[in-house]
Design a protein around this ligand. Structure first.
Ligand code: DX5
Ligand code: ZN
Length: 225
């Protein structure tokens, strides 16, 4: 993975067909996805449950771009090695998931992955001020995590604040939740470079008819440009 600040579209498979993830990943990559975003939920840190390391490992055989794993779990540390073995390229933990985000980010890098830190809408930019040298990505949640298809919460000022804090560091700013052609310009303008989108990418298409995935990705990318 080489670093750049060009806009990257990361479809979230939370909005894909759960019985057909492998084919969905292949379809959305063929249609122009830059990264694949994988939402891991534990029914504890967030009020929803998805899947764990075995599913992520199975997906590794299908992802040829970047496997971006977003952990919405607490605790995180006991599972870091399992996600490294599963082949995650980027592993993101929430700053709210425990008292030791500094240690968690060190452990993620120590396990050979890129480290990400995610912030819930109610969490200030300052919460990551002292870990920016330990991470490769800051994920700004623009919904309360747990479900796809929720309404976008405007976090433009937080994104701009983080962009200034990051300065010349090679740290991506990722936006997650409610990203579509209407909201993409706001977040790109504020300084984001990775746009996660679930419903707005998978809407209207399927493995049998993937062309809408491509149209949706191109529309979001164009809106962000
Ligand atoms: C929310 C997840 C998101 C979600 C985004 O907890 O982290 O990645 O899938 O879905 P949309 O784009 O539908 O808001
Ligand atoms: Zn996510």
């Amino acid at each position: 993975m080489t670093f750049d600040r060009s806009i990257k579209i990361a479809p979230s498979i939370l909005a894909a067909d759960f019985a057909n993830f492998g084919a969905e990943v292949q379809a959305v990559e063929a249609e122009g996805a830059d990264w694949i975003h994988i939402d891991v939920m534990d029914g504890h840190f967030v009020p929803n449950l998805t899947f764990g390391p075995p599913m992520v490992k199975a997906l590794r055989h299908h992802v040829t771009t970047v496997m971006d794993v977003h952990l919405m779990i607490a605790p995180v540390d006991p599972y870091i090695e399992a996600y490294a073995e599963a082949g995650a390229d980027i592993l993101t933990a929430h700053v709210e998931a425990g008292p030791h985000i500094h240690r968690t980010l060190q452990a993620i890098r120590g396990a050979g992955m890129k480290a990400g830190v995610a912030l819930n809408p109610g969490t200030p930019a300052s919460s990551v001020a002292h870990v920016l040298d330990l991470c490769d990505l800051v994920c700004v949640m623009t919904v309360n995590p747990g479900f796809g298809g929720q309404s976008f919460i405007d976090m433009s000022s937080k994104i701009a604040e983080l962009r200034a804090m990051i300065g010349d560091r090679e740290v991506h700013i990722e936006i997650d939740g409610g990203v579509d052609v209407g909201t993409a310009p706001l977040v790109a303008q504020a300084g984001a470079d990775v746009l996660v989108a679930g419903s707005a990418v998978f809407r209207g298409g399927s493995v049998e008819d993937p062309a809408p995935y491509g149209e949706n990705i191109r529309a979001i990318r164009a809106a962000a440009a």
